[in-house]
Write a protein that binds this ligand. Structure first.
Ligand code: ATP
Ligand code: MG
Length: 655
């Protein structure tokens, strides 16, 4: 190949190089956002393959999203490595189940349950529980939590109480436990399985059938897990089954980016890695290559204000980039005005030459995207909803893939891959230039999809000049099965959860207000801390431009009912930005009071959420009034002790 094994080490700093060189496990990389964790493990795989330690087909890399998996495969291909399996836990398990189920159990694996909410609602009505949509959603989430935590309906009751799950959907844990039971029975009756069952079944097959274990372990010998801080007990169980008693495992993660613990993921596996594998190579990275110093400073400030008891302190990130534009904060009367302001700034960035696909608008809840979609559409700006699941279902895409497949089989296309694809797609109505004028609109969307396939082919050719149509077919199949859409030119709209691991030149984080960020149902300090980490994930997606915004009310002319997010407290110490946030808060602070405040010692912090305390009463009790009173001092103390003990056991100093 064009690059030797040593070529795989180019473009890595000394610590990243250490990761790449540690081709044998166990390896653990602990580092903050943008420090090149994903880059380091990708190069590690490439180095392992080029130096002959790994056979590509024997490597299984697990990532959090289909897109991340796709990006890793693309990057590996650029490094001259093909054939490595990079998938989500779910996709990997589904594929294995498709292979083993017919051989071991017989017949096709059960169909995936399509309408989980309906099944949950049915189960609830069988138990005569009255539920609305929100309750169904909560109950479905609770079922998921119990399953990924490996609980049975019986063990669920105690565990849910210990974990402080409250009353999911407004029901007591006993009712929920019965609901889980009925839901499971209904699923079995209908012969369908849910998402969690896929992993449970596959782990079960390996556990119960030694020949399955042998075959799986013979196939996969080297494991890499990205975003390991958000692994669930269920995923960990499958991973352990894949491994058997081998140690060929490399995990990377950032405890400060744990954002799925409410759904059952836990950073514990990451934090106890060294305890599990005392001989592990542990590498920490602190240089941030992604974001400007200003963005990094903001992220550091946000984490510095987290609850001090929630695990070991994060390492401060150090930006390696030159200074860029100052991060900005703005407030608006309502959601529509906020969306309009974002669109205006997006247009300005486009005029400055920033590419559309380098811009993202991130939000906490999917319902926030509608307003943004409308505003972008009104301005004639293309956008892509993250996920891209619908891409492969589009008629023109299916037709195009069929044609490409046929041409590859027929051995057509003597030119380069890019030329061949253009030739094939011209039969589907693709033209070199985007449609304009009156014929645009519907036509345009179709063209964009086909253009995305052309761009994908160009990317492949740029990575390997001799790439062929059948290589493209393989890639298309791989992507379609992983629901990984190619990049379509447009502004990305994504939830903060879906944005994990990704990056853009410009990020607009909208809805930074109480009730959305943190979300209203984050009722205890654990949940609020998770929201803080989610906010941290959002901020650290930006390379250059970061713009935070919030709106005082939902509807035009509505009552200003929202307040700025508590996470903004102290985030913009520079006078200018702070003025914005203060004006936004409509805090009527007399001049003198403000002057006096400047001389007061810094306010004490809430022992629960870490927010600065304002009133005398709050300071006296050491807790802000909005924090839940559910915990008495004794419980709080035992929580602190537990966390301190956990940090001690894991022996991960000063992370
Ligand atoms: P996250 O926690 O958000 O997943 P990460 O630690 O996985 O982040 P990467 O996505 O691997 O970080 O890298 C962040 C950015 O920094 C990428 O654009 C990557 O190409 C770049 N980068 C990483 N390491 C280096 C390096 N040594 N030199 C130059 N650029 C680098
Ligand atoms: Mg990453």
């Amino acid at each position: 190949p064009a690059h030797g094994a040593d070529g795989m080490l180019a473009g890595l700093d000394p610590e990243q190089r250490e990761v790449a060189l540690a081709v044998r496990g166990p390896v653990c990389v602990l580092a903050g956002a943008g420090t090149g964790k994903t880059r380091a493990i990708t190069h590690r795989i490439a180095y392992g393959v080029h130096s002959g330690v790994y056979k590509p087909q024997q490597v299984l890399a697990v990532t959090f999203t289909a897109r991340a998996a796709g990006e890793m495969r693309t990057r590996l291909r650029q490094l001259g490595v093909g054939g490595v399996q990079a998938r989500t836990f779910h996709a990997a398990a589904l594929r294995q189940l498709g292979y083993f189920f017919p051989r071991v159990i017989g017949g096709r694996p059960p169909e995936l349950l399509e309408h989980k909410a309906r099944m949950v609602a049915d189960a609830a009505s069988r138990l005569r529980l009255t539920v609305d949509r929100a309750a169904v959603r909560d109950l479905a989430a609770e079922i998921e939590w119990s399953k990924v935590s490996l609980l049975t309906p019986e063990s669920y009751v105690k565990a849910a109480r210990t974990a402080g799950r409250g009353e999911p959907g407004g029901f007591g844990v006993e009712s929920v436990s019965r609901l889980i039971q009925v839901y499971e029975e209904a699923k079995t009756d209908r012969g369908v399985i849910d998402f969690e069952d896929v992993l449970l079944l596959m782990a079960g097959l390996i556990e119960s059938y030694p020949h399955v274990a042998n075959e799986v372990r013979g196939q996969y010998r080297h494991f890499v897990v990205d975003e390991y801080q958000d692994v669930s007990a269920l995923q960990q169980r499958l991973l352990s089954q894949w491994l058997g008693d081998r140690k060929e495992l490399c995990v990377v993660g950032d405890p400060s980016q744990t954002i799925y613990s409410f759904t059952g993921a836990s950073p514990e596996h990451l934090m106890t890695f060294q305890h599990t594998y005392p001989d592990a190579t542990v590498v920490r990275l602190v240089r941030d290559y992604r974001s400007t110093p200003q963005i990094v400073a903001l992220a550091n400030r946000l984490l510095a204000r987290r609850v001090k008891t929630s695990g070991p302190a994060p390492l401060e990130l150090r930006s390696q980039r030159e200074a860029g534009p100052a991060p900005r904060l703005s407030s608006h009367d309502d959601d529509a005005a906020e969306a309009a302001a974002v669109v205006k700034q997006v247009s300005a960035l486009l005029e400055d030459g920033v590419r559309m696909r380098e811009i993202a608008v991130l939000f906490r809840t999917n319902s926030q995207s509608e307003q943004m979609e409308q505003a972008l559409a009104d301005a004639g700006l293309a956008y892509v909803l993250r996920g891209g699941e619908r891409f492969w279902a589009r008629k023109e895409v299916r037709e195009a893939v069929m044609l490409i497949r046929g041409s590859a089989r027929g051995g057509l296309g003597d030119g380069t891959l890019g030329e061949s694809v253009r030739d094939v797609l011209s039969h589907c109505g693709w033209t070199p230039a985007a449609p304009t004028g009156v014929q645009a609109g519907g036509v345009r969307e179709r063209w964009e999809s086909l253009q995305a396939l052309v761009a994908l082919a160009d990317d492949m050719q740029a990575a390997r000049s001799d790439a062929t149509l059948s290589d493209l077919v393989t890639e298309l199949d791989e992507r379609a099965s992983a629901q990984h859409a190619p990049a379509v030119e447009g502004v990305t709209l994504a939830s903060l959860h879906a944005a994990k691991g990704l990056e853009w030149d410009a990020v607009f984080l909208i809805g930074v207000s109480e009730g959305l960020m943190p979300i209203s149902f984050a009722e205890n300090w654990d949940a609020v801390e998770e929201e803080r980490r989610l906010f941290y994930v959002g901020i650290t997606r930006a390379r250059e431009h970061l713009h935070l915004s919030w709106a005082r009310s939902r509807n035009p002319g509505g009552r200003a009912s929202r307040n700025p997010s508590r996470f903004l407290d102290g985030l913009f110490p520079e006078a200018g930005a702070d003025t914005v946030s203060r004006r936004a808060q409509k805090v009527r602070e007399p001049q003198e009071a403000r002057a006096a405040a400047a001389h007061r010692p810094p306010p004490a912090l809430c022992k629960i959420c870490g927010r600065s305390l304002t009133g005398a009463v709050e300071r006296k009790v050491g807790r802000c009034s909005s924090c839940p009173t559910g915990y008495d001092e004794q419980t709080l103390q035992s929580l602190r002790d537990w966390r301190a003990a956990a940090a001690e056991v894991t022996r991960v100093p000063a992370y």
